[in-house]
Design a protein around this ligand. Structure first.
Ligand code: HXC
Ligand code: NAP
Length: 265
């Protein structure tokens, strides 16, 4: 049961990278359930098609699977063109495609660093730039970049992902500055630890879950729906004056910092 009116995105078309799984599948589900039509992007064509079929069945709204690797601008352009052929326009872009793994900087290869930067940072730019040329510039719209909080302090074994997401935050603010006059609202969401996702499976061993949850001020990991609700808000007219913001959805997880070393009672 949603806390939002079910037609807040009626008539909108969203292009969601990473929409075939995890957090961005949840965002796509929420957009569809609130009136939008969606295209989802990922490299694994079979998983993407399955996700689109599942979401269409569940929400009775159109969801198009457009396989592409966001590292290749030509493939990104083709995916956007396929979306325009099907739906006629794109109002909302969600840049959620990302790659990550735990690795100490001392062991990280040139290509390991490049790969994460290419998927997260360059991928976000490729999609945003190509969507700008395919309608955002002339009609306006909403861009939501999926960031993280890794780089607010420093996170061990995460130099590559931290650098990639810090660049995405910078891009978010700069584009907000330059594109606001074209009625393109640009924001980001920085999720904290989100339960039952590939990201958390890769970064946090299951046997540490209890301990990690206790370190979150709200006492639990987030849900995919927590992030989807933030995306719905940012995509909707309720956020019509929210621009250049990185919206942290983490239950306060990044706040404690050194506090962990002191007694908090
Ligand atoms: C060290 C690694 C590595 C690892 C890959 N590499 N995995 N290095 N430790 N565990 C290195 C490889 O050795 C290689 O460098 C380079 O990275 C590219 O690897 P490929 O396997 O060829 O890359 P590719 O097939 O393009 O796959 C990209 C990927 C993969 C990122 C490596 O894991 C992927 O497709 N991930 C997508 C799904 C995902 O990661 N979801 C989680 C997002 S969560 P060399 O030098 O050997 O050639 C997230 C959370 C953020 O972003 C914050 C959470 C709190
Ligand atoms: P996920 O399910 O693995 O999502 C990543 C998606 O990106 C997948 O659908 C993947 O599909 C797609 N993708 C990866 N590389 C791609 C490429 N080169 N081209 C096109 N698509 C690509 O992981 P998640 O945990 O839900 O993460 C989703 C987003 O939230 C990411 O931006 C992540 O950084 C962010 N985040 C997650 C957490 C968390 O707790 N999970 C915390 C902070 C931030 P294919 O494999 O089919 O390409």
């Amino acid at each position: 049961m949603s806390v939002f009116r079910d037609d807040i995105l009626a008539g909108k078309v969203a292009f969601v990278t990473g929409g075939g799984s995890g957090i961005c599948k949840g965002i796509t589900r929420a957009f569809l359930a609130h009136g939008a039509e969606c295209a989802i992007v990922g490299r694994k064509a079979d998983r993407l098609a399955e996700a689109a079929a599942e979401l269409e069945k569940e929400t009775a709204r159109a969801c198009l699977a457009v396989p592409a690797d966001v590292r290749d601008p030509k493939l990104v352009e083709a995916a956007l063109d396929a979306t325009l052929d099907r739906f006629g326009k794109i109002d909302i872009v969600v840049n959620g495609a990302a790659g990550n793994f735990l690795c100490p900087a001392a062991a990280l290869s040139y290509n390991g660093f490049r790969t994460v930067m290419e998927i997260d940072t360059l991928g976000t730019w490729h999609v945003t730039r190509a969507a700008f040329e395919r309608g955002l510039r002339d009609r306006g719209g909403v861009v939501i970049n999926i960031s993280a909080t890794l780089h607010y302090a420093a996170t061990p074994l995460q130099m590559h992902a931290s650098a990639a997401k810090a660049a995405i935050d910078a891009m978010t603010r700069n584009l907000a500055l330059e594109w606001g006059s074209m009625n393109i609202r640009v924001n980001a969401i920085a999720p904290g630890p989100i339960d039952d996702t590939e990201g958390m499976t890769r970064l946090a061993p299951k046997d540490m879950k209890d301990k990690l949850e206790k370190a979150v001020p709200l006492g639990r990991f987030g849900t995919v729906e927590d992030v989807a609700n933030a995306a719905l808000f940012l995509a909707s007219d309720a956020a019509s004056y929210v621009h250049g913001e990185v919206f942290v959805v983490d239950g306060g997880a990044w706040l404690p910092g050194m506090a962990g070393a002191f007694s908090m009672g």
